[in-house]
Write a protein that binds this ligand. Sequence first.
Ligand code: PXL
Length: 288
Amino acid sequence: MNKINSPQRVAAIHDLSGFGKCSLTVAIPILAAAGIEASALPTALLSTHTGGISGFTYLDTTSEMRPFAEHWKSLGIYFDAIYSGFLGSTGQLDIVKDFIADFKREDNIVLVDPVMADNGELYKIFTPDFVPGMRELCKRADIIVPNITEAALLLGEDYRPEPYTADYIEHLLAGLSGLGPDRVVLTGVCFTDKELGVATCDRTTGVNDYSFVPRIPGYYHGTGDVYASALLAGLLNGFSLIESAGIAVRYTAGSIRRTYEAGTDIRFGVNFEQGVPDLLKDLRLIHD
Ligand code: PXL
């Protein structure tokens, strides 16, 4: 009988939005499907996410975050990855920096998804002082996964609408990797209106790469979280940055395609659940 190893463990630092799949309700199931245990450090508790759904409830859980971290520290828990996403306030940026200082080891990964903006605009709940704080947090990451709007904000540049040129994308990648992270995955990259994908930059190999899929119309909510969670699942399963970026592009695109074909409200999140078998095949965890 094959020996069963303990699963790898991720500290997932995101909000819990009850309806409208994103953040923890996306990260935990995707990581679990890929054989990875996720411990939740919730940043806020909402009835729905804030993207285009009005009347949501919002409980800021900042005051619980340090006590969670202290308790986990007292238990001597090891995390194979620290994965942060939507943070509820500027004060939480310092808490996550301290969490990284406490739990970072030589051989674990810090992935920061600098969730704060899209389509040229900062999400409404954030004030402009959130941006320099997020820039500081990104400096402590091994991998960051910004979209184009977040990349421009992190670099203190004006947002440019699509389509993009390779020169502009390479300029963003160089600037972002200059902030400190060894690896950058830039999402929402497109050179034409037919395709959409990501660009990667790996300072450890000096290689930049691209992964594209045919574009599906509409702006689907929560796809950044699906993407970053699948990317981390690839990395923790031993795939390279370029391979993991491609696996996550295919999984996110499949999730969007199913949602589009079903005609689901674009605010409700994408159907990532029924793509799990394909993801597991791509991760070579199951075979045809
Ligand atoms: O998917 C990003 C995200 C996560 N969490 C909350 C959000 C958003 C984007 O709007 O509102 C609460």
